[in-house]
Design a protein around this ligand. Sequence first.
Ligand code: DI6
Ligand code: FE
Length: 406
Amino acid sequence: VGEQTQAASTRPDATGDGVWLNVHVASMAPGRPAPYGAIQDAGLVVRGGIIEWVGKRAELPSALLDSLPAHSGGGRWCTPGLIDCHTHIVHAGNRSEEFELRLRGASYAEIARRGGGILSTVRATRAASLEQLVACSLPRVQRLMAEGVTTLEIKSGYGLDADTELRMLRAARALGERDGLEVVGTFLGAHALPPEYPARAEEYIDFVCAEVLPAVAAAGLADAVDAFCETIGFTPAQTERVFAAARSLGLPVKLHAEHDHLEYVSQAGVSAMARAGTVAVLLPGAFYFLRETRLPPIGALREAGVPIALATDCNPGSSPAESLLLMLNMGCTLFDMTPEEALAGVTRHAAMALGRDDRLGTIEVGKQADFVLWDIDRPAELAYRIAANPCHLVVKGGAIRPGARP
Ligand code: DI6
Ligand code: FE
């Protein structure tokens, strides 16, 4: 382990500008012939938080080497900063009681009758102040950060009233003010029907489109809009109304669909996704936790060239998952993805899912210097290990923060 890396990693705000040597780079850049876009014995030049040069150490221009401070990667592997592109991580309370009841045989309908399900999280979230929401979500966010997550999407959707939806998005923004983390806020007002609108979904959608969404947009609290389009959520026509309202406010859209997370998407659906340039975000944590048996059509998505992303879906009901590395393992063991596809799913493709691939997701010249140094022998080890965290050091926008450093 290099002296400078050791010294730098103890100062959270230390600059990562300079020349990184003694490092192997899994660039995840699409054009490179090697798996993982890998460059063994690499040099990586960061200036002003931007990647200025990356390539073989032997080809590093000596002018750069001579003029900039040097950092040692300690012989480690370096990947792009990880991106968790689909979470409901801001919420109050948890549903472990429901988990117990289900394991004792209670059905989802019984639990819902007892006031469980999404609406129990809505009650807890409505009761929480902004400070409380930030405080109870922060440990979850910190666990993701400790394993190399540098960009995190956070959805609203447990408020279902104007005040709480805005408060959830404010909590997401507040979490994004932390050093070394970038948060993308998504408005998911059309997540469930709140108790104030029993069997009045059309009226609730009117309220979302006419009041909540404009308030969210005016406050600049959302970067995108999501909706839950399912038999237990909202209809395609209702979803389209929310999307039309979003587009009129200049906000991009995304969707929970096909039995929530694409498990049921058809061949025609896959082709339509390919034509539209849509990213398929797969959520193995929810598949596992709900003991789903129907697999998403990985082969068809792959053949059609639909980019596949992986995310935690961190939420109290269907995926209480606080590890993105575990999702890499599950993407391989449950969904037959290769370790390389899994890593692309939390880097390049996750950046595409967030519309930020111009700046994030790969280690390439001109991109933001977001990268992680790992204590691993090969990149596949990230997906191979279960409940391990080999994250050594994280650089976000050129600033160094320590990783888990086991
Ligand atoms: N999909 C999910 O995975 C969460 N919401 C959604 O639309 C689950 C929500 C919950 O059960 O709390
Ligand atoms: Fe979700």
